[in-house]
Design a protein around this ligand. Structure first.
Ligand SMILES: [Zn+2]
Length: 324
């Protein structure tokens, strides 16, 4: 275990980022704005992504990450001017309630906020002035029509968060779905800090059920492809298989003898489950280093493996043999 150093030179080195994971170059203000198709644009600061649609009646913004912040305004101004349409943002669609994708919402005043009904409930609960609760909400589906453009919003169950929605642009061959698939990169801790493991694991196949060529994933410096989604699915499927194999093969007896028999139940749980996680994660880290960026930052794959392994026990079962 490496302890955090007091200077950059003390910090660990990681494997080079695979070329397939590299993003676009940023401008002097620290952002990139590019056309997805026609009047649909995406913006990135290299780590976060948002999108916007310019129309004759106003701009529709999709997410407002605080790290991009005021650069959203600059990107919109630049593209609206290039297209000769208004730069006035009239609608803001929330992908989900998390502040890291919406904390700059209050920069845009007098806009209609649109989101899932659970997004409204969670934003009212969290009472953050940076993220006004949506005025327009929906349960399963909502068609947004602005300035002759159409966007289909849908909720297909909880995944990364309870309220994370699919944003389909049928006339732009694009799907936006945040915080599940990272193009060319492994998920960060615990499946991208996700609430619902079963929903998170199932979501990429729902993504692939939509027709699209361009995918806005919410993170890092490039758009995703259908192949990126497939590689993500393979990584997760490998973790599931490896976790099942480790659960079946790691012998709990030594941990029980050392800790459980002496009355330290949680000592037994820690020793056994960490041994299962280590055995399950090691081959995945080896297989994907050089394939997915940050696969060699072992804590990510380890914590994701732990979450999947716990879901196998607790959601899918069995969690333990039934006592005779
Ligand atoms: Zn999130």
């Amino acid at each position: 275990m490496t302890s955090p150093g007091s200077s950059a030179t003390d910090l660990p080195d990681y494997a080079p980022i695979p070329p397939s994971a590299l993003g676009v170059a940023l401008n002097d203000q620290g952002y990139y704005v590019g056309r997805v198709e026609r009047n649909l644009y995406w913006v990135t600061d290299g780590t976060y992504q948002a999108a916007f649609l310019t129309t004759r009646d106003g701009v529709v913004l999709f997410d407002a990450p605080p790290t991009i912040g005021g650069n959203l305004r600059r990107a919109i101004d630049e593209m609206a001017a290039a297209n000769g349409v208004t730069n006035r943002v009239t609608h803001l669609v929330y992908s989900h309630h998390h502040d890291d994708h919406s904390g700059a919402a209050s920069l845009f005043e007098n806009v209609v906020h649109i989101g899932h009904e659970e997004t409204r409930r969670l934003l009212l609960r969290d009472n953050s002035p940076a993220r006004p609760a949506p005025d327009v909400t929906f349960a399963d589906r909502y068609t947004l029509e602005v300035g002759g453009e159409r966007v289909e919003l849908a909720w297909h169950g909880p995944n990364h968060s309870p309220d994370n929605i699919y944003i389909h642009f049928p006339d732009h061959d694009t799907l936006m779905f945040i915080d599940v698939v990272n193009a060319g990169w492994v998920p960060i801790y615990n499946l991208n800090l996700s609430d619902d493991v079963i929903g998170y694991v199932a979501a990429p196949s729902i993504v692939l059920d939509y027709p699209w060529t361009h995918f806005i994933s919410g993170h890092l410096g490039r758009l995703a492809t259908r192949e990126d989604v497939a590689v993500h699915q393979a990584y997760i499927a490998d973790i599931q298989a490896s976790s099942k194999a480790a659960l079946a093969s790691v012998d709990p007896t030594p941990f029980y003898m050392k800790y459980g028999a002496a009355g330290n139940s949680w000592g037994f749980v820690q020793g056994y489950l960490d041994a299962v996680t280590e055995r399950a994660a090691a081959p995945i880290i080896a297989k994907y280093t050089g394939v997915l960026a940050a696969a060699d930052i072992e804590i990510y794959t380890r914590t994701t493996t732990f979450a999947i392994m716990q879901s196998l026990r607790l959601d899918s079962g069995p969690s333990a043999p039934v006592h005779p």
